[in-house]
Design a binder for this molecule. Structure first.
Ligand code: NAD
Ligand code: MG
Length: 394
């Protein structure tokens, strides 16, 4: 009998989760899916659980538990609900856990998976931003292999020769520039959620789409790269590459620059992570060199995209500032998507929050969660106060 790799997929209903489901479905008999999870979409969760022949489906929002049970009745797939069930799923041994939840909400299951899975493939970048040193120390303590799924970090993983780490001059993370690459600040001031959600090259969930429009996504990715590859911030550069075909580069001291290329399709880095250390076929789009007319690389405009410089500021300040930056951004993206603030407020408020954030020692997961909670509460309080004052002026 061929050995099947056992998997959990956290956040199976999302953009990454569905791309992973495509890769798994393209390799029948090679993977055995144990648990799949989602937050609220019970119908989509049930459908993915059936498609992947999973053993268990977990919905974190308990109000959708009955719907999930109804959708899976007679299928033989077990159901569970709630935050506890999510974390408990990550304590079940597996060859690989794919972390594809969006936001800081993925930190607790990641923490558990680092102890109980042999390999943890991470798409969910926010926990790496907010708790990077703790996550890396835990992976080292349990001998768990972390595989980056984020396309740029996956590229660097493929290019970086650990034996040559000291000869690395710099790494380059590419950025598409998002839908507002050619907009002025004045135009961006009145940008709507619908405009910001329209990404030119990637199809992704709403939070990362807004992050791409502000370029906060690249800021989070600079911190993510610093965490994953232990490189000083000055050796991590960002270049705008509108075609999104070169995902990352490593320049060595001898002048050699290695690049990783591929179509703008997350099924490639996902297939890399699911197959590792082997390479397996991806059902995604492939790069067609004959259709390429040009590859451009441009310096980012930090005046128009101030969010990008916040990564370097936060890394200089320390872990508390990284926690604060991530929390502030999550709150502000949500406010923007609900039409409760302007597009430029996202970076402006995030900058103010890290400026005001005191450096506190964060040595445990509880410390990180406490600071994250404090930042969110303070920012929400400020927003309510501001809105009340504004309403009073009308
Ligand atoms: P998405 O919004 O499409 O999906 C998010 C998934 O997380 C869904 O399954 C949802 O049910 C689940 N979820 C949402 N809130 C939750 C909560 N509070 N508790 C538990 N589960 C919750 O997001 P996405 O675009 O697939 O992105 C997922 C992660 O991968 C993000 O961190 C993103 O930055 C990263 N990423 C995404 C892409 C991409 O192409 N989409 C590329 C690189 C990195
Ligand atoms: Mg990326």
């Amino acid at each position: 009998m061929i050995y099947k790799k056992s998997l959990h997929i956290f956040g199976v209903t999302g953009s990454i989760g569905q791309s992973a489901a495509d890769v798994i479905a393209a390799h029948p008999g090679q993977f055995s899916v144990h648990t799949v999870t989602a937050h609220k979409n019970a119908a989509a969760l049930a459908e993915s659980a059936k498609r992947l022949n999973a053993k268990r489906a977990v919905i974190t929002d308990e109000s959708f538990y009955d719907e999930l049970k109804r959708a899976l009745s007679g299928s033989g797939i077990e159901c569970a609900a709630g935050q506890g069930a999510l974390v408990e799923a990550a304590t079940q041994p597996a060859d690989l856990s794919l972390m594809a939840i969006v936001g800081f909400a993925g930190l607790r299951p990641l923490w558990a998976a680092l102890e109980h899975s042999r390999i943890v493939a991470i798409a969910n970048k926010e926990p790496l931003v907010a708790a990077g040193p703790l996550v890396m120390a835990r992976a080292a303590a349990f001998g768990t292999q972390i595989l980056p799924v984020d396309s740029e970090h996956n590229a660097i993983f493929q290019l970086l020769d650990p034996a040559q780490q000291r000869a690395v001059k710099r790494i380059v993370l590419t950025a598409s520039g998002g839908p507002f690459r050619e907009w002025s600040l004045e135009q961006m001031r009145t940008a709507t959620p619908a405009q910001a959600l329209k990404h030119p090259t990637w199809v992704m969930g709403p939070k990362i789409s807004i992050d791409s429009a502000t370029m906060m996504n690249k800021a989070l990715e600079v911190i993510e790269a610093h965490v994953l590859y232990a490189l000083p911030p000055a050796q991590i550069e960002v270049l705008i590459h509108p075609q999104s075909l070169v995902h990352g580069m490593v320049e060595y001291d001898d002048g050699s620059v290695l690049c990783q290329m591929g179509a703008s399709d997350m099924r490639t880095p996902i297939a890399y992570a699911l197959g590792w250390p082997e390479r397996i076929a991806s059902p995604g789009q492939k790069l067609d060199f004959s259709a390429l007319s040009k590859l451009e690389f441009l310096k980012p405009d930090l005046n128009c995209f101030p969010a990008l410089s916040l990564a370097y500021r936060a890394l200089e300040q320390g872990l508390s500032a990284c926690v604060a930056l991530n929390a502030a951004n999550e709150i502000m993206v949500d406010e923007f998507l609900q039409n409760r603030c302007g597009f430029l407020d996202i970076a402006e408020k995030s900058a103010r929050i890290i400026e005001e954030c005191p450096a506190v020692s964060l040595s445990t997961l509880d410390d990180v969660e406490a600071l994250d909670g404090e930042v969110r509460a303070r920012l929400k309080h400020d927003i309510i106060k501001y809105n009340t004052q504004k309403a009073g002026q009308i």
